[in-house]
Ligand binder design. Structure first.
Ligand code: ZN
Length: 219
């Protein structure tokens, strides 16, 4: 199982928001939200990130704010592929934020394939079909199991002055990332997809066993 390093203030100094657009109203099947987009530079590389949020001001005096850090998954989010729980988690998070009346979702398009991209992801699917776990597949491709940088999320949360959160996640690294940067995680809301699909169950077990995700033991 991978053990993550905590982030430091030293590292986040390499991140800078170059450009942003905020408070763009959008409507979707879950409700009404505001959207923001950012161009962020990190060590000379510029990437774009999104946030979707609602009613921050009314919630701010009484934190914690429901927060989801969401990695892009084109195969799941767009094509509805039944290999992972990403789309379900995204839907569930938006539903939760809408029903809470306030919340914040950061969406990282560059976190596709756990930060290694679409080519690596599809190669890993092929290897997983031949019996490897997700972590084994990534390692056999010469990649780390998780190449995502959650400091992008911290930069965006800080930009909005978000200090106390209830975090929608099963991923202990996301909890640790925020905590190590001084964001108080008051509560963790698990997102466990109810499924009997053997392929998705295998993927969830692999996240639990290889990456330490906080799933119930009887998954
Ligand atoms: Zn996915």
């Amino acid at each position: 199982m991978i053990l993550y390093e905590a982030y430091s203030e030293e590292e986040i100094r390499h991140y800078a928001i170059l450009e942003k657009v905020t408070d763009v109203p959008i409507r979707n099947r879950y409700g009404e939200f505001l959207m923001a987009a950012f161009r962020i530079s990190c060590h000379g590389l510029i990437t774009e990130h999104l946030a979707l949020y609602k009613d921050l001001n009314s919630n701010m005096p009484k934190p914690p704010l429901p927060v989801r850090i969401n990695s892009a998954c084109v195969t799941g989010d767009v094509f509805g592929c039944y290999r992972c729980d990403c789309k379900w988690q995204l839907d569930e998070s938006l539903r939760y934020i809408e029903s809470s009346g306030a919340g914040f979702l950061v969406y990282h398009p560059t976190h596709e394939g756990r930060g290694s991209g679409l080519v690596a992801k599809l190669k890993s699917y092929d290897l997983m079909d031949n019996g490897l776990s997700t972590a084994q597949a990534f390692r056999s491709l010469g990649l780390v199991e998780d190449n995502r940088q959650f400091l992008f999320s911290v930069v965006i949360l800080r930009e909005f002055g978000i200090t106390n959160v209830e975090l929608l996640t099963n991923n202990p690294q996301k909890i640790r990332a925020l905590q190590s940067m001084g964001i108080v995680v008051e509560k963790v809301i698990p997102l466990v997809m109810p499924t009997q699909d053997p392929q998705i169950l295998k993927y969830l077990r692999s996240k639990r066993d290889d990456m330490g995700h906080l799933f119930p033991g009887d998954l």
